[in-house]
Design a protein around this ligand. Structure first.
Ligand SMILES: Cc1ncc(COP(=O)(O)O)c(C=O)c1O
Length: 351
């Protein structure tokens, strides 16, 4: 989370309001929390330029909860749903969905080297398909779609996106989507909260047997308060939304993120093969920059020495190894400059 937000939150955290209640203790049924909830929704609506026919839900839990909630709420009378397999998180979404629906995998990520997002052209969706699910930014592999898929004549099929790692960090034309969801811990706030944005006409699809806290329809009807929502996380999310608005919104954040990512990819590309990024250039993520040391035996040394310089959390995901630098919104350009300087020095010492 941004320094400014943490400073504001820590000042607020232990202060009690006129009724003797701190921000951590507010009852979700009370007027004060309801006003904060409305404010958080209004800020997010402003940031996304969200049309009125989309509803914002602030739900407890993580993005993985939505891997089940999406089929539970969107299948309606259909049996089949379409998924694109773009990598680690898409595969996990598919595995969960298969508990509830027949999954047609309509596109797959391409190649091993370089890796790329699925080709966006001419997806063949099954006739009775309820929705099509994509993962625009694959956090583990560091792959991002350069554009949205083309459904040809099937634009009636709602597009659903797990935007967990790119939400509020890259442009989002919400009108192209039926549902977008993102858990909070990357660009929104602390873990435990997930934002779900649903097009209103889809709410009626929620099956009657969907448990109440998981029902998009009931949560929309009761303004995310079917049961106790993560009140503190929502409050902190509103502080992050305010920080984003003050900083120029998603447009400014996109520019800053592109600049940070270009700086880091440039450091990899000029290293004469000491470092390599295995993702096709136009599919490189600007939020999760994945690279490898060509001499993999140096990876542990790199991570250890980087930590000594205060550069932490750089080890790649356990399934693919290497290095991953996550450049979420709160990461300042100075952090990237420090990393690139460290990388140049490391290559000199060990090359
Ligand atoms: C794209 C994506 N989807 C889903 C998840 C899982 O999120 P959660 O741990 O909030 O369930 C993650 C976590 O990193 C992610 O990056």
């Amino acid at each position: 989370m941004p320094d400014e937000v943490l400073a504001r939150a820590s000042a607020e955290m232990f202060t009690r309001d006129g009724s003797g209640v701190s921000v951590m203790e507010r009852p979700f049924t009370g007027d004060v929390f309801r006003a904060h909830l409305a404010h958080a929704q209004a800020c997010l609506r402003q940031l996304l330029n969200l049309p009125d026919h989309y509803r914002i839900l602030f739900l407890a839990g993580g993005a993985m909860h939505q891997f089940s909630n999406v089929p539970l709420n969107l299948l309606g009378n259909a049996r089949v749903s379409a998924y694109a397999d773009s990598g680690y998180w898409a595969k996990r979404a598919i595995a969960e969905a298969q508990r509830f629906t027949e999954v047609a995998v309509v596109a797959r990520h391409a190649g091993e080297s370089p890796l790329a997002a699925p080709d966006c052209a001419g997806w063949q969706l099954p006739d009775d398909c309820a929705y099509c699910h994509i993962t625009p930014n694959e956090t583990v592999e560091g792959i991002a779609y350069p554009s949205l898929p083309d459904f040809g004549s099937r634009h009636d099929v709602p597009l659903v996106a797990d935007c967990t790692s790119c939400f509020l960090a890259t442009p989002l034309d919400i009108s192209r989507f039926g549902v977008v969801y993102a858990s909070a811990q990357k660009n929104i706030g602390p873990a435990g909260l997930t934002v779900v944005i649903v097009r209103e006409d889809l709410l009626e699809r929620s099956a009657p047997n969907v448990p109440a806290p998981f029902s998009y329809r009931l949560q929309a009807e009761q303004n995310s308060c079917v049961n106790t929502p993560p009140t503190l996380a929502i409050h902190l999310a509103a502080l992050v939304f305010e920080w984003l608005i003050e900083g120029g919104g998603i447009e400014a954040m996109t520019l800053a993120n592109r600049q940070k990512a270009s700086r880091l990819y440039a450091a990899i590309d000029v290293s004469d093969g000491f470092y390599n990024a295995p993702i096709a250039r136009e599919h490189r993520s600007t939020t999760n920059v994945r690279f490898h040391l060509t001499n993999d035996a140096l990876t542990d040394v790199f991570v250890r020495e980087a930590e000594l310089c205060g550069l932490t959390n750089l080890r790649g995901h356990r399934h693919i190894g290497g290095i991953r630098a996550s450049l979420y919104n709160a990461m300042p350009e100075a952090g990237v400059i420090a990393l690139t300087e460290f990388m140049a020095g490391f290559a000199q010492r060990h090359g």
